[in-house]
Design a protein around this ligand. Sequence first.
Ligand code: ADP
Ligand code: MG
Length: 737
Amino acid sequence: MIPRDMAAPALQDPARAGAQTGAGPLAFASTRALEREEMLDAPLRWPAASRLRAPLRAPSKRAAGGLATLGLASVGDLLEHLPADSRAASTVAGLGRDEQATVSVEVRTISARPVRRRGMRPLVQATVFDATATMRATFFNQPWLVARYPPGTRLLLHGKADGRGGFRVSHHALAAEIGTDAQAPHEVAHYPASEGITSTQILALVAEARDALADVTEPLPGLMRAQERLPTRTDALTAMHFPREAEERADARERLAFDELLLAQLVFMRRRAAREELRGAPVLDEPAELTARWLEQELPFELTPDQRDAIALLGEELARERPMERLLMGEVGSGKTVVALYAMLRAVEHGRQAALMAPTETLAEQHFATIQRLLGSEPVALALLTGSTPAARRGDVLGKLASGELSLVVGTHALIEPDVAFADLAVAVIDEQHRFGVRQRAALQQRTPERPPHTLHMTATPIPRTLALARYGDLDTIALRERPAGRPPVETVLVGGEAARADAYQRLRAELARGRQAFVVCPLIEEAQEGEAGGVPEPGLRAATAELERLRGGELGGFELALLHGGMRARDKQQAMAAFAAGTAQVLVATTVIEVGIDVPNATVMLIENAERFGISQLHQLRGRVGRGGHRGVCFLAGPEGSAGSARLRALAENDDGFALAEVDLRLRKEGELLGTRQSGAAGELKVARLPDDEHLLARARSCAEGIVGADAGLRAPEHALLAEALHAAASEPIPG
Ligand code: ADP
Ligand code: MG
């Protein structure tokens, strides 16, 4: 039995919530996106041990809801639901005033206090003790505990000490259920809980299912486990749930993280091996007349060395029969379109077709315009196809795509409508590929299944190398790191106090006086509004509407100010943007809506309020909005007194390279400064492993996976049978989103 009525918030560790993760999601090769068809020819089927398959029985309806929310249906699911951390149980003598603690005690006396008022349920008071001292524990609203916890019962209590020998209990469980010894101090596992079920309740359920841990299969070949000095999976899971000491738990977590990383690497390597075998893509290997002429005569600038390298590499891959599948990473403005256009023109000069698909109409239109400009006087038939292409025009484009008359097309999802057919699609480019679903990307690639096109995926989100290896290990990537000549990095100044703030306004006004324009970015729209993360409104956060008024009557009095935020009506937003674009508004006071789509070359200054509340990559993106004309941009990152010491803000001031910043971001992410980092949504792909901390494990897992795939890619050897099973189970996981 498990105590009912444990409605208080569960024991959990908020720091864990955003512990791993990094740059934006790239679903098409992630661990979780293992496709169902990824079947292994596992030679044998072990009957899964029945104790693990047994359905989980919840102690109450409410708890059943909680278990369902956590996705826990079977005993096996429960045993794989790992605690977020464990904490040493406190001793009674060591409890401080107002300390939240877990203690392991024995009941000496227990009684209910009489009810005084109607509607009030009695308190239960118990005298409890451990080896160090005695205290008075108070339970609320659970009169039945008097009968349930008679003197002599050993209990695990969580709650708050008052420092005067009293203890308000928020969660409790029988020590016998947890399987702990009441005498000695020990570690207590804390689980990610959910509405309806607490960590202590989960621990009790795990304790009840403890015997089933013996049925957990060991996927690693014995030799590998010995060489890697890893505990068995059963031992590791046992130590996670019932740690005797923190160190044992750490070893256990490493073992489980190793499994997770190894399985992912196996999937990546097997998938890569399978892709190496693919054939049938158009071989684009004729001497390159059009592209050679275009590169020499039409391009109005010199290619950067990175662009040249990328073009050379793509040239080689397009000349193969194996379909290219490559990710081109480069920040906004790094010149990806030129590289993509090169690949597309290779198709055109072979008399074949190419298509570029972008996630929004605006982006598609921008690409269309850029490509037209970049093509110069080359007579290449090019069309734009989006949701707002008029029907007649659309019919014309579809006809010409089907006949092959049209060799280049730029568009949105409109390109993958069922009635769009290509005569001979040889190169597909997918921009901002993470904004498309797996199926949408495949839809473009599979227009001609018998003749798969070469595919270039593009992203403006730099992915740190460690993360790329762990989560997208099967991808070929290439990066454009340098920015094209002519655009100096944005000068970034940390403003961590009133004097610095005054200087910042001084410079801002000087720029305005010179005819330039400025952004002021605030984290909130209205002062009473909740924080972006949906929490309680916090004091000290600046709101755009109030800041506009404040600046008008203060530091920026006499200048033309306009307001822009997501809560405004579309017409008002457009008006504000138009005024800023035309220069009639000198300063745009805005929320982070300006991150996307605003391109005003005359804007040279940005002041970001509460910069400490934004993520590194978001700040980096934001500052990229200034200094886009010939004039150098300056970005002030304003925060509270002392914020200039923040490692994140300093990294921004010192670094202009998005790739370097992505690495820093990954390393600092543990600080838990998560507001505004939309990437945090990508967390959870790796459940146990934490990067970059587990980098060494990743390296070991990769080398083990290489060894296995090199020797036995099909996992047919008897010693790999259970590994094949584990891989199969991981690959059959439903694909999220
Ligand atoms: P991305 O797609 O990576 O955001 P684009 O390819 O649109 O970047 O390039 C951004 C701008 O820089 C475009 O106007 C483009 O013409 C220009 N550009 C690209 N490569 C170079 C280069 N090597 N030198 C100068 N300007 C370049
Ligand atoms: Mg672009």
